[in-house]
Design a protein around this ligand. Structure first.
Ligand code: SF4
Length: 387
């Protein structure tokens, strides 16, 4: 059988929406010409999502940037004496929410390090002064603050317990935790997650499973180019798919390309080749044809068209008012410029809420009503889509 015949057989199965085995995906990745993989992914996106690319207009709330863990690529994490240390008090949270509302943002992205109070007595003391005993308790309170200002919290605070997530579910329309990779190898000595027990694949997959049991719309994703190989990327996507197939709550998959950061042990490590990154994006679309797949636009600023042509349908959160504190060296693009580039490539470009329309049925009635009110506000209607 020639390679080309083989590829077309797989494409035929994809078009018939039949289950694809890992071995078949690996065969496709290894043997099919890349152009065919990219074309299949692009056609699947067109068929399942149309020619519309979404984004979430957000403000990044850098709540507490100390962290119990150490990932060898991370510059988000601060130390107590760093100038970049962030401990956002309640008043600052409220002020940023008011500003975000002025800019027509709908998402308050809450980010913290992993349980910072377990490592740093300074954080424990600060939380106590604010009136809280843990970061998660504080996040629950901050979620209420921003919701009252008309902004929807989307919390990304690492490995929260199921009870903590259950509390946050009252105010958060969705939450996020990156799987990063389901490769256990990346936790070995000298590998990026050696000193990050929270990134153990079984721990992260456990969080995603808990979110499924809670029926919480969940954003997750993988970090590409940190020492994994293509087979491990495929396995990570298949693991996410397995959770989604069982619980139906994975609303979005972020595919993030690694960039080396100064003053980290991975500074000498290179970014993934564009072709490798595009292959992962395309395979993700082929493995999960209905998924919302995003890449961060600030990490690939020069070549939007390249990624639109391999199956993405979302640019994720873009902030008109705050930095990307995880990747501070990459500023957010101007929203009008992103729109123009999408239009030039034949796509419309529309804002969405931090919960995708097809997952709104999972959120509670209070949040549904709040979303419905804002969805009908004049400013929102102009720049959004909502079904
Ligand atoms: S990536 Fe997250 S878990 Fe890892 S060190 Fe940074 S803040 Fe902590």
């Amino acid at each position: 059988m020639s390679k080309l015949q083989f590829d077309f057989e797989i494409i035929h199965r994809i078009n018939e929406s039949r289950y694809i085995k890992k071995e078949e995906i690996l065969e496709l990745a290894k043997n099919a010409p890349k152009e065919i993989i990219f074309d299949v992914a692009s056609n699947l996106r067109d068929e399942k999502k149309g020619k519309r690319i979404s984004f979430s207009k957000k403000a990044f709330f850098n709540i507490i940037n100390l962290c119990r863990d150490t990932c060898s690529y991370c510059t988000y994490k601060a130390e107590p004496n760093d100038t970049k240390l962030s401990l956002m008090n309640k008043q600052t949270v409220k002020e940023l929410a008011i500003l975000a509302k002025k800019y027509n943002c709908t998402e308050a992205l809450f980010v913290t390090g992993e349980r910072p109070e377990q490592k740093y007595p300074e954080v424990k003391r600060w939380l106590k002064n604010e009136g809280f005993s843990s970061t998660s308790e504080y996040l629950i309170h901050c979620s209420e603050i921003v919701l009252n200002e008309g902004i929807f919290p989307h919390t990304n605070a690492g490995n929260l317990t199921k009870n903590e997530m259950r509390e946050l579910q009252k105010t958060n329309v969705s939450m996020g935790v990156m799987l990063e990779s389901s490769s256990q190898r990346l936790r070995e000595k000298g590998m990026p997650h050696e000193d990050a027990p929270s990134k153990d694949p079984s721990a992260r997959l456990g969080i995603l499973k808990n979110s499924g049991e809670l029926k919480m719309p969940m954003t997750t994703g993988i970090l590409i180019g940190i020492g994994e190989n293509l087979e491990e990327c495929i396995q990570s996507i298949l693991d996410i798919k397995e959770i989604h197939d069982k619980y139906g709550n994975i609303q979005e998959i972020i595919l993030q390309n690694f960039h080396p950061k100064p003053k980290t042990s991975m500074f000498e490590h290179s970014t993934p080749e564009e072709d490798y990154f595009k292959t992962v994006v395309a395979l993700c679309r082929i493995i999960m044809p209905d998924a919302n797949i995003q890449i961060p636009p600030n990490l690939s600023p020069e070549n939007y068209h390249e990624f639109l042509s391999v199956g993405i349908n979302d640019w994720g959160g873009i902030s008109p008012i705050t930095s990307d504190y995880v990747n501070p060296e990459f500023s957010w693009p101007n929203i009008q410029n992103v729109e123009k580039k999408c239009n030039d490539s034949g796509f419309s470009f529309k804002a969405r809420f931090p919960v995708y329309p097809e997952f709104i049925s999972l959120v509670n009635n209070d949040l549904k009503q709040r979303i419905s009110l804002i969805a009908n506000e004049e400013n929102y209607v102009k720049e959004s889509y909502w079904k």
